[in-house]
Structure formats: structure tokens, C-alpha cells
Design a protein around this ligand. Structure first.
Ligand code: AMP
Length: 234
């Protein structure tokens, strides 16, 4: 891998279709390395819930499985990136999703003396992706993610992590919207794989394996990049 030269902390991108496991694996990386997960999907859902102007503009697009405008997404991301806790390094989950966003990210990072350390392309087949998305739900209290068959709670109805008993499902996690989101991914986001291959930071990960095996492979892949970033050599 021919990584570009830049200074400071790790910036990792998890790239992949909905259901590839980006959210689950970002949280595993947070725990393993103390990085901060930045999910633009989570930020937009929070904006929708809070009824902000950005949330109002994003709601219908998200429910249809399309992409929210670059302007809105960049606005919420830049605001979050300006907070000091991101200085230790971040995992971008669901961003960038277009070439224009990738370019805007490079500009944003350049202002901080940072650059993209690694992009992991999480590869799953289409039917697996739809099945994963359609069965998932989240603890409303702590945000831990579950799946009806692939990752059920140890005690049905109770969160393993915080003991909460309220769970939520995303409005766009149904088979029909999942297929629309997959089409959006193939059309607008998948070209980023070639883009990052050219810039020398792409790694490919078999995300069809079970959660623990994907975590193990992912940690092995990104550990050298994170260590290099922290020693100032990225
Ligand atoms: P996610 O939680 O990453 O699956 O995102 C949920 C939805 O939020 C997507 O289907 C998009 O409508 C929107 N969204 C999230 N991130 C982005 C992004 N980087 N660019 C445009 N839309 C986004």
C-alpha cells in the first residue's frame, strides 16, 4: 500500500453497502483503539428527530433510500469534526458516499493536517445485505445494534449492554427501501472503491463472514495504519 504522507491521527473510512456491517464494526474499532465513530446516517437521523432545518430537508430522501444533498451532509459532518474529541482519530461510517464528498473530505482534512489513512471496502452480496438490513433493530437507550437471527439479545427483550428494554427499528430498514439504498450505493458510492484504489489507501474485507471473524480481520488490517498515524508517520 502506497499511503500518502501527512501528519497526525488516523482517519479510517468504512465503505460498503447498507448491511455490510459498517456500524457494528465501527463500534468494534472504537472499543479496540479509542477512535471516534462518525456516522452521517446517525447524525441525519438525530437531525430528523430534532426537527432541525437539515433534518426536515433530509427526511423524505432518507425514507426513499436516496442520498441527502452534499451540502447538508457536509454541514453536519464538518460541525461534528470541529469538536476536540475527534483529534484522536475517527472512523467514518457512511461518509463519503459520492466523489464530490470524497474531495470535500480531503479539503476538510487538509485544513487539519490530516489525510485519509485507510479505506476498507466491506464486501457482501446483495441478498445477504437485504436480509441483514431487514432483521436489524437497536437499543433505544444505548444504541447497541441487534439482529433477529444473526445477533439476538442474550435475554430476549433486554439489551445485553445496558439492560434497556426499549428497542427501535429504522424507518428505512425494510426490504423495499433496502433495495433502493443498494441501487443508490452501486450507482453513486461504489465508484469510490476505484477512486481510493488509485490513491493507494484501499483494503478489501470479506464482510460475508460472521461478526467476530470480520472484526478480527478488520482489526488486523487497520492496526498498522492506526499505530503509524499515532506515531506521527502517516
Ligand atoms: P446510513 O445510516 O449510513 O445507512 O444512512 C441512512 C441514510 O442517510 C442514507 O440512506 C441516506 O439517505 C442518508 N445519508 C447518510 N450518509 C449520507 C451521505 N454521506 N450522503 C448522503 N446521504 C447520506
Amino acid at each position: 500500500m502506497n499511503a500518502p504522507s501527512c501528519t497526525q491521527t488516523a482517519v479510517l473510512i468504512l465503505l460498503g453497502p447498507p448491511g455490510a456491517g459498517k456500524g457494528t464494526q465501527s463500534r468494534a474499532l472504537e472499543r479496540a483503539f479509542g477512535l471516534i465513530q462518525l456516522s452521517t446516517g446517525d447524525m441525519l437521523r438525530a437531525a430528523v428527530k430534532a426537527g432541525t432545518p437539515a433534518g426536515k430537508a433530509a427526511k423524505a430522501v432518507m425514507e426513499a433510500g436516496g442520498l441527502v444533498s452534499d451540502e447538508i451532509v457536509l454541514g453536519v459532518l464538518a460541525e461534528r469534526m470541529s469538536q476536540p474529541d475527534t483529534g484522536r482519530g475517527v472512523i467514518l461510517d457512511g461518509f463519503p458516499r459520492t466523489l464530490a464528498q470524497a474531495e470535500a473530505l480531503d479539503d476538510l482534512l487538509a485544513l487539519r493536517g490530516q489525510c485519509v489513512g485507510a479505506v476498507v471496502s466491506m464486501e457482501v452480496d446483495d441478498e445477504t445485505m437485504v436480509a441483514r438490513v431487514a432483521g436489524r433493530f437497536t437499543c433505544a437507550t444505548c444504541g447497541e445494534g441487534y439482529h433477529e437471527t444473526l445477533k439476538p439479545a442474550k435475554m430476549a427483550g433486554t439489551c445485553d449492554i445496558c439492560g434497556g428494554t426499549d428497542f427501535t427499528r429504522r424507518a428505512d430498514d425494510n426490504a423495499e427501501t433496502a433495495r433502493a439504498r443498494l441501487a443508490t450505493y452501486r450507482q453513486q458510492t461504489a465508484p469510490l472503491i476505484g477512486h481510493y484504489e488509485q490513491t493507494g489507501v484501499l483494503m478489501r474485507l470479506d464482510a460475508m463472514q460472521d461478526i467476530a471473524a470480520v472484526s478480527r480481520d478488520l482489526v488486523r488490517m487497520v492496526e498498522p495504519v492506526i499505530r503509524k498515524g499515532r506515531s506521527g508517520g502517516m
